[in-house]
Design a protein around this ligand. Structure first.
Ligand code: NDP
Length: 297
């Protein structure tokens, strides 16, 4: 029987995960099909319930469901529990296990961004959704001492900070209101700036004005494209990285969880590059209608 793996999100229509995961199944001779399930929040619980049968190896969960899905699984791994967000589901019999492979993907991305420099201790994060939770957890594990989270809806940023209260007890983790003057003063003090909002995903907009960016900055955009933020940061002579590496490595970790096999990374990377050249954006969003441009580095 052909096994099924599904990506549950809203929207999912232009996923890149399908291209890389299906190629990986085929390469290893695994009889499985990767499907896209566009499910609005109201249909999420039923969709997750369907995964409990033998037909399914598991699922990916994406925007906007990563936090909402947490109470719908039977067990959480350490990363999923620590972040309060699930991006991958596996099955143990009829029981569902929630994982967070964004944490592993982020680790590869932050290491690449920082390169040979000493790991900085301060960061500004824009956004407080499921992706931001993996970022915050990753920075805590890297030994960051001051992390400031800006979110459009302050209460969500505060909820994130509360969730990490114990894990971050030794450091300063704060949510701040989305006011340009406050963002400006925090960016002036920091070395690492990470966009974990979806601003720039479906339109050519940046979450922050270009004038706030400076040449000392290391800028990571979780979005898998050369966004306006990354172009502005490059113009300011900052170091930049887009979300490709994180997407690749979270996908590779998920593949191994479903199949028990090492992921064919080179093949998955080339399938991502191919899909990207074809004008698609990340698994977490829709295309702008224009071809996406090459990875920002
Ligand atoms: P969520 O839906 O959980 O969170 C979305 C975030 O974007 C929230 O902080 C939200 O703020 C903010 N946001 C959305 N629209 C606006 C707006 N117009 N103005 C200000 N803030 C806005 O999504 P995820 O956290 O799962 O994903 C967020 C982004 O990160 C996506 O672009 C996704 O593609 C990317 N991502 C990439 C990964 C990768 O592997 N490369 C992995 C995970 C995520 P508010 O709470 O106020 O609504």
């Amino acid at each position: 029987m052909t096994k099924r793996v599904v990506l549950i999100g809203h929207p999912v229509a232009h996923s890149l995960s399908g291209a890389m995961q299906q190629a990986a199944f085929d390469e290893l001779g695994i009889d499985a099909r990767y499907e896209l399930w566009d499910k609005p929040p109201i249909e999420l619980a039923d969709a997750v319930g369907e995964l409990r049968t033998d037909e399914f190896l598991g699922a990916n969960v994406t925007i906007p469901h990563k936090e909402r899905v947490v109470p719908m699984v039977d067990r959480l791994t350490e990363e999923a529990s620590a972040t309060g967000a699930v991006n991958t589901i596996t099955r143990e019999g009829k029981r569902l296990v929630g994982h967070n492979t964004d944490v592993a993907g982020f680790k590869v991305a932050i290491d690449k961004l920082v390169g040979r420099q000493k790991m900085p201790k301060q960061a500004v994060i824009l956004g407080a959704g499921g992706g931001a939770r993996a970022v915050v957890y990753g920075l805590i594990r890297e030994g960051f001492q001051r992390v400031i989270v800006f979110n459009r809806h302050l209460h969500r940023g505060e909820g994130l900070v509360k969730h990490f209260a114990r894990t971050a007890a030794h450091m300063e983790l704060r949510a701040m209101p989305w006011h340009e003057s406050i963002i400006e003063s925090e960016i002036a003090k920091t070395k690492v700036l990470i966009n974990a909002t979806s601003i720039g995903l479906t339109s050519d907009m940046s979450p922050v004005p270009a004038e706030l960016l400076h040449d000392e900055l290391l800028v990571l955009d979780l979005i898998y494209a050369k966004t306006r933020l990354l172009r502005d940061a490059q113009a300011a002579s900052a170091t930049t990285l887009d979300g490709e590496l994180m997407l690749l490595h979270q996908g590779a970790a998920a593949f191994t969880l479903w199949t028990g096999e090492p992921a064919p990374l080179d093949l998955m990377q080339s399938k991502l590059a191919e899909a990207r050249a074809g004008g698609l954006r990340s698994a977490e969003g829709e295309p702008t209608g224009e071809p996406a441009v090459a990875a920002a580095e």
